[in-house]
Write a protein that binds this ligand. Structure first.
Ligand SMILES: [Fe+2]
Length: 309
């Protein structure tokens, strides 16, 4: 891990560069209403190089069928704008939807990347699903593992990966120009924050990760991984700013202590049921979005551990 001050300097440089409008990314959000997930295409207008963040593979639990409606919408957008995909980035191993990154990579190219602590998530879920020794727990299913404080390029735009654990041990946020893709850390100010009760989750870490994100300049645009609406709001929304969150977030606005946050998060998490697709999602996403190897009849199977989660 790089020191906090090195990461702060890198984020300050990247956001300052974005004061130059030409260095601001162009961003399109794609909302999947069945899992409340937002996928993003981020591109550099100068070169048309692009990254796809947190794509969704459609999955019908009752039939075990996958389909590509959500992913194909992204492909159409990429093709209509003539973009060249450089990165397929995951903020974390999602528990509520399957990733379409391998499908998109096959169609569009690009390098598939996630945070390097995915190896800890692979270890936990590899054991939970008794995945066997053919399931490598070293992150090798991905093309690249980001470290905290690592910089990367999308055309002339500079990006910075930062480690924001708490929801899971491996969550990353990505600052690109004046925008930050914060994954499952913070949600819209009227909805609050992500749960921290999955295996390896930690509300104290989540608080610290969120405060780290909220130390970015107030005008930094934040792009969220999910929205569930909120009481009194009829429209889905997934973009806000650091300033809005600091002033209004119902769970973590300025003045909220770490202990108060942890207590709120623990009691709220006890009331939440598991996401509908958690079992298929984690088995597929721990494999970088690939289905388990087919058995000798050519069919891939997803396991259900009984009384284990
Ligand atoms: Fe998540």
């Amino acid at each position: 891990m790089r020191s906090d001050s090195a990461v702060e300097q890198a984020s300050a440089r990247i956001i300052a560069a974005a004061n130059d409008r030409a260095k601001r990314p162009t961003i399109a959000g794609f909302f999947d209403e069945s899992t409340f997930t937002v996928s993003y295409v981020v591109h550099d207008a100068a070169t048309n190089e692009a990254a796809i963040i947190d794509s969704v593979l459609d999955y019908e639990a009752a039939s075990g069928r996958t389909s590509y409606g959500s992913a194909n919408r992204i492909i159409e957008y990429i093709n209509s704008k003539n973009l060249k995909v450089i990165w397929l980035i995951e903020t974390h191993a999602h528990a509520d939807h399957l990733s379409a990154a391998p499908y998109l990579q096959q169609k569009l190219g690009g390098k598939l990347a996630i945070g390097k602590d995915i190896i800890r998530v692979q270890d936990v879920f590899g054991k939970m699903f008794n995945a066997g020794s053919e399931f490598e727990r070293d992150g090798s299913q991905f093309d690249h593992l980001f470290e905290d404080g690592e910089t990367f390029k999308i055309g002339e735009l500079e990006g910075l990966a930062i480690h924001v654990p708490g929801h899971t041990p491996a969550d990353m946020a990505y600052i690109i120009g004046d925008a930050a893709f914060v994954g499952d850390t913070i949600f819209m100010p009227d909805f609050g924050t992500a749960r921290a009760d999955f295996p390896g989750g930690d509300p104290r870490q989540l608080y610290r990760s969120i405060r780290r994100l909220l130390s970015l300049p107030r005008e930094t645009r934040l792009f969220l991984c999910h929205d569930y609406k909120a009481p009194g709001r009829d429209e889905y929304a997934w973009e806000t700013t650091v300033g809005e969150e600091r002033d209004h977030n119902i769970h973590v606005k300025d003045g909220t202590t770490e202990d108060a946050f942890v207590e709120m998060r623990r009691s709220r998490d006890k009331t939440l049921s598991m996401p509908n697709l958690i079992l298929p999602s984690v088995q597929v996403n721990m494999r970088a979005g690939r289905l388990p190897d087919p058995e000798d009849n050519g069919v891939s199977y997803i396991k259900i551990p009984v009384n284990a989660v």
